[in-house]
Design a protein around this ligand. Structure first.
Ligand SMILES: Nc1ncnc2c1ncn2[C@@H]1O[C@H](COP(=O)(O)OP(=O)(O)O)[C@@H](O)[C@H]1O
Ligand SMILES: [Mg+2]
Length: 321
């Protein structure tokens, strides 16, 4: 469901806080809910409730922002309808600032205790792999949707456990009955392909990458980078490998077995089974890649500071992997 708009002044205050933080000044009101590899999620209290907000890269024209809003809405509708998940109430909202328009995605803030990576450590022992199993069921639905030859559309998903949450009656004592609603949070990069073409204007999103990498990413890797979110075997591999980062490496082997069962049932993929060695190697490579990316982003920020410019992204501190 789409969230109601919030008062522009509140979003403007949030943006002021972000600008202060980017310039290295104290920003006492700024509360950070979490970091992804690319974005920083901020908390915003409003009279309608508390929101999780992500600042979007600048759009070159108002039409580009409109197109993004359309893609975002469509993505939320599609994953809710096709993958049997819920997305917390969300909307895209933009404000005018002296530096030009700035857009944010707003999403109802969930109790942090209900988010997947926290649950991996708080659910009773057998329930943590079951939660991952619930996610794998959705990857299977995605695979079914994407294979439909009548449909021109394909859906992509970043299935890492920190992108999911459970609707729990008692977040203080999380347990799984199995019929809890599963929520998907990470909708700010709408991954939809129509006749094989990305609906999202990928040039806009390349701006979150270090400047040096953009031409290379555009020319060589973009399709390849995004393919990993559309191909069920790779989505499963990424979900499982990421358990190392979440300090649940013990779940990797049992979940490889579960994933291979799913892959076997998706016979149309004709996918090879995953092996522990492949998952380990993928995790090491992937961790090195993201580390290199974070180093480049910090370097670029340093370059900006030295030449009196403001680096436009809030960066996480060192990420444990
Ligand atoms: N609606 C929300 N409520 C509470 N926390 C959230 C919400 N959305 C995101 N977060 C926190 O921020 C983290 C990163 O958010 P995510 O949407 O996955 O961003 P990214 O695209 O950078 O991965 C999540 O793992 C979660 O901890
Ligand atoms: Mg995420």
């Amino acid at each position: 469901m789409e969230a109601a708009p919030i008062e522009a002044g509140l979003l403007r205050d949030l943006e002021e806080g972000v600008q202060r933080a980017l310039r290295g000044h104290p920003a006492p009101g700024l509360r950070i809910l979490g970091y992804g590899e690319i974005s920083t999620v901020l908390e915003l209290a409003t009279p309608q409730g508390v929101y999780a907000c992500k600042r979007l890269p600048p759009f070159p024209t108002p039409e580009a922002l409109q197109r993004y809003m359309g893609a975002h809405r469509r993505y939320v509708e599609l994953i809710e309808a096709q993958l049997r998940v819920r997305v917390p109430e969300t909307r895209v909202q933009s404000i005018e600032t002296p530096r030009g328009p700035v857009a944010y995605t707003l999403q109802r803030r969930l109790d942090p205790r209900t988010i997947g990576h926290r649950l991996l450590h708080t659910l009773p022992a057998p329930d943590a792999p079951r939660l991952c199993g619930m996610v794998m069921e959705r990857i299977r639905l995605l695979s079914q949707f994407n294979r439909d030859p009548r449909g021109p559309l394909a859906l992509g998903l970043d299935a890492q456990i920190s992108n999911w949450a459970l609707h729990l009656e008692d977040p203080c004592h999380p347990t799984l009955r199995g019929d809890e609603a599963l929520l998907y949070l990470d909708t700010s990069t709408p991954l939809i392909r129509e006749h094989g073409e990305e609906v999202l204007d990928t040039a806009v999103f390349l701006q979150s990458l270090p400047r040096l990498l953009r031409p290379l990413a555009r020319r060589l890797y973009l399709r390849e980078i995004l393919d990993r979110y559309y191909e069920p075997r790779r989505i499963l591999r990424d979900l499982i490998a990421n358990l190392h980062k979440e300090k649940r490496g013990d779940l990797v082997e049992p979940l490889i077995e579960t994933a291979n069962r799913h892959l076997g049932e998706m016979e149309w993929l004709q996918a090879k089974p995953l092996t522990p060695a492949e998952v380990e190697e993928y995790y090491r490579k992937d961790a090195r890649m993201w580390e290199a990316l974070q180093r480049m982003r910090r370097l670029e920020r340093l370059g900006c500071r030295m030449t009196g410019r403001t680096y436009p992204h809030l960066l996480p501190g060192k990420i444990e992997r």
